[in-house]
Design a protein around this ligand. Structure first.
Ligand code: GLN
Length: 486
């Protein structure tokens, strides 16, 4: 059962070939064996998981099961889950046990899934390598001397190492797609507003969006069915009719127009990554798709605009961590101001402090116009580029990440190098569009095979179409089924 797609697990559970308790225990056993080295989970609570599994088994026995009932899912530690320690990868929340459930967690509970544990992540989701976590680095199951990507690096490593059948992630600038690419997974960042952000610890509220990370596009569709939907508790949640994201999976791709932005195919991408992306596009042509060259002229400013807007929002969101209401409080202080200062100085890591400083600076009087306002203008231009592009094509394709998994420590001393990990993904968040990464082959570096991800970008609310485009490719290729050696 380990490594099987969600649909097969659902069928095995419905046919009583295996119980949810057994399936959960199988994964808990793998976690016990592999997690000490890979460190994909921050918190595992076997008793809690097994209690949910027993409830799922009762539900299955009563004939009330849905497609995901009884399936264990790993949850990124950014989602508040009642009774679970919820750290967001930070010392600041190292002792925080959430008194309530995020809407995403509530929805998975309603679907009858089992919470398998809380996955490691970059601190407050700031990073591309999972090296900023207070709870230690995560190792990439494909090569344990390399990073899994970030910030959803724990979720990616958990699924890649077959410790979990699927996981949740969040993507503010690339944090679902980039780790999916580096760990050979399928990951989807939905259109902004499709999945509720309520109870998801905020990094940059106008960019953050949760989504599924799994082995296949079909699994992602099933997960998104559980996650998506209007939520009155999130003011940016969109009120739209419920969709079945599996509905178009089998649609033929004949006549599909694929846009290839010339900005994605110039300099800046490793040749080994580009070669696999080109192979994938050739495969799509065989499936009946046509390609057209397009341009996203303002995309080159995306990273710069993001590193003004995201820190600005983060500096505001993170002001709530003051040592008073919850989270870390410095053990010794002289007065209230000193308590704030020491708690924040000791509770946040270096990258988070860097972002708070940048954010406070760009929002301050005299700099607001020069930086923040300017960045918002670039954001609009980038969104407009996509509107023009989608007049010429149905889906946009290119690399997810400019390189394969890099070595632990290789980029952590140079923030700009790290920030460039998201050069192809960030514009999608700035525009609020849906994006996916799917496995499209491997780059061979002598002994090590490292996964390469193909990025698919859709028009607003084009999730079902993206999943269809990904699924069709996965029917004629088997990259997504390859697993790392143990
Ligand atoms: N790597 C980007 C950052 O550090 C994006 C992170 C994310 O998507 N959460 O901000």
């Amino acid at each position: 059962m380990i490594g099987k797609p969600l649909k097969e697990l659902g069928k095995a559970l419905a046919d009583k070939e295996i119980s949810s308790v057994e399936l959960t225990q199988l994964h808990l056993d793998r976690i016990a064996r592999l997690n000490p080295e890979i460190n994909a989970f921050i918190t595992v609570d076997a008793e809690k998981s097994l209690a949910q599994a027993r409830a799922a088994d009762a539900r299955i026995a009563a004939g009330l099961a849905g497609p995901l009932t009884g399936i264990p899912i790993a949850q990124k530690d950014i989602f508040c889950a009642r009774g679970w320690r919820t750290t967001c990868g930070s010392k600041m929340l190292g002792n925080f046990v959430s008194p309530y459930d995020a809407t995403v967690i509530e929805k998975f509970d309603a679907a009858g899934t089992v919470n398998l544990g809380k996955t490691n992540m970059d601190e407050f989701a700031m990073g591309s390598s999972n090296e900023t976590s207070h709870f230690g680095i995560v190792r990439n199951p494909w090569d344990r001397s390399r990073v899994p990507g970030g910030s959803s690096g724990g979720s990616a490593a958990a699924v890649a190492a077959l410790m979990a059948p699927a996981a949740t992630g969040t993507d503010t600038g690339g944090s679902i797609r980039q780790p999916a690419a580096l760990c050979n997974l399928t990951g989807l960042k939905p259109t902004y507003g499709v999945v509720s952000r309520w109870g998801m610890i905020a990094f940059a509220s106008s960019l953050d969006q949760a989504g599924p990370m799994a082995r296949t596009a079909e699994d992602c569709a099933l997960m998104l069915n559980a996650m998506a939907g209007f939520d009155e508790k999130d003011s940016t949640s969109l009120e739209r009719p419920t969709e079945d994201y599996t509905r178009d999976l089998e649609q033929p791709l004949k006549g599909l127009k694929i846009g290839l932005p010339k900005e994605f195919y110039g300099e800046g991408c490793d040749a080994s990554v580009m070669a696999r992306v080109q192979d994938a596009i050739a495969e799509y042509r065989k499936l009946g798709a046509d390609t057209v060259e397009i341009s996203l002229p303002n995309m080159q400013h995306g990273v710069a605009a993001y590193y003004v807007i995201a820190p600005a929002e983060a500096s505001s969101n993170l002001s709530r961590f003051d040592g008073v209401r919850y989270g870390y409080r410095a053990p010794e202080y002289s007065d209230l101001a000193d308590m704030y200062q020491k708690s924040r100085a000791q509770g946040f890591g270096a990258e988070v402090k860097r972002r708070i400083l940048i954010g406070t600076y760009v929002l301050s009087h005299g700099y607001y116009d020069a930086y923040y306002l300017q960045a918002q203008r670039i954001r609009r231009l980038i969104a407009n580029d996509f509107v023009e592009a989608f007049k010429q094509c149905d889906v946009i394709m290119g690399p997810t990440s400019p390189c394969t998994a890099f070595g632990l420590g290789e980029k952590s001393a140079d923030p700009v190098q790290m920030y460039l990990s998201d050069i192809y993904t960030i514009a999608v968040n700035l525009a609020g569009l849906p994006g996916m990464s799917i496995p499209c082959g491997f780059s061979d570096l002598g002994q090590t095979r490292l996964p390469v991800g193909l990025q698919l970008i859709g028009d607003y609310f084009g999730e079902a179409r993206l999943l269809n485009v990904a699924h069709r490719y996965q029917q004629v290729t088997d990259w997504h089924l390859q697993q790392p050696k143990e």
